[in-house]
Design a protein around this ligand. Structure first.
Ligand SMILES: CC(C)(COP(=O)(O)OP(=O)(O)OC[C@H]1O[C@@H](n2cnc3c(N)ncnc32)[C@H](O)[C@@H]1O)[C@@H](O)C(=O)NCCC(=O)NCCS
Ligand SMILES: Nc1ncnc2c1ncn2[C@@H]1O[C@H](COP(=O)(O)OP(=O)(O)OP(=O)(O)O)[C@@H](O)[C@H]1O
Length: 265
């Protein structure tokens, strides 16, 4: 697949860059990761991709499942943050309370990430294995903190859903009914979008209207569908071939120096 950047706002424009290594074709990958900043539109894009039949593994959903009552992660959270972190009515995690703590304290955020992220990673791997067993050609992993957590090293391709910071903040405040200060603290707890763009194989711009986003996603899906070749079937029927293809993809990804990636800041 070429490194065409899907970054259109109204008029179709595409930016191509040539890389020093031959990029493995999409067929060498089972999954690609979608990332972005908070409220840049990942869930909206995921919903589109789902409507095209692509299976979605959503890290936000997994992060909720792994802290349900009775889970080891929830017990660990109570141990770290105290029993007052549970809702009095039903004993579930008081997400609003925990959010107000961790989005204003980097050390506490690190402690929470250290509890939740390993459990999410494990659930994600199982999700990908299930996709492979069902014979899916591709699956999408929606991971907001892909770069921050270092997981970008383990996926075949990264797609960043981006918008400018003002739009991001406005959408976040509107969706969550939060104040400017609350929204800013969440936004500031993540790597800024321009830094994430440096890791992007594709960018889907969502600074415009929902209609423009639809057009951008359609163009992205069209480009993607042209690159999935017959070899996925071979890898499914003959797993060692699939493992080799995956290793090649990951080696290519990790060996490509960061300075070869797109420079955006
Ligand atoms: C703090 C919690 C309880 C707040 O819950 P809440 O329902 O208000 O938010 P939700 O989980 O829907 O997350 C919304 C968005 O916040 C951002 N976010 C969540 N956790 C973090 C974090 N640790 N660091 C930076 N941004 C985060 C992401 O963009 C996410 O999409 C929750 O976000 C949480 O458990 N976070 C730690 C796990 C995590 O990192 N999840 C992100 C995907 S792995
Ligand atoms: N192009 C758009 N125009 C106007 N509103 C939009 C657009 N795209 C998304 N939104 C709205 O912005 C908000 C954030 O979008 P969405 O929930 O998809 O973001 P997200 O990146 O998944 O957020 P999070 O990181 O919290 O999971 C939602 O209320 C959504 O309806």
């Amino acid at each position: 697949m070429s490194n065409t950047i899907v970054k259109e706002q109204g008029t179709p424009t595409s930016e191509c860059r040539t890389l020093p290594f031959p990029e493995p074709e999409t067929s060498a990958r089972l999954c690609f990761a979608m990332l972005g900043g908070i409220s840049t539109g990942k869930s909206t894009v995921s919903a589109f991709l789902k409507s095209y039949g692509l299976p979605i593994i959503d890290a936000d959903i997994l992060a909720r499942q792994v802290v349900e009552p009775g889970t080891p992660a929830l017990a660990q959270i109570v141990k770290t943050f105290g029993p007052s972190i549970l809702s009095e009515s039903d004993g579930t995690l008081d997400r609003k309370k925990l959010g107000s703590i961790i989005f204003n304290d980097a050390d506490k955020r690190k402690a929470l990430n250290g509890i939740v992220h390993p459990a999410v990673r494990k659930a994600m791997v199982w999700g990908i294995v299930r996709c492979w067993m069902r014979g899916e050609k591709l699956c999408v992993v929606d991971v907001p903190l892909l770069i921050e957590s270092g997981l970008w090293r383990f996926v075949g391709m990264t797609v960043v859903v981006s918008c400018d910071e003002q739009t991001q903040l406005a959408r976040l405040m509107k969706r969550d009914g939060s104040t400017h200060a609350e929204a800013s603290s969440r936004l500031n707890s993540q790597l800024p979008i321009p830094k994430k763009l440096a890791y992007a194989d594709h960018v889907i711009d969502n600074s415009g209207t929902p209609e423009l986003l639809t057009a951008n996603v359609e163009r992205f899906v069209d480009a993607l569908s042209k690159t999935v070749s017959w070899t996925w079937r071979l890898k499914w029927v003959f797993p060692p071939f699939g493992v080799l293809a995956a290793l090649w993809t990951l080696a290519w990804r990790n060996l490509r120096p960061l300075h070869e990636r797109r420079k955006v800041d």
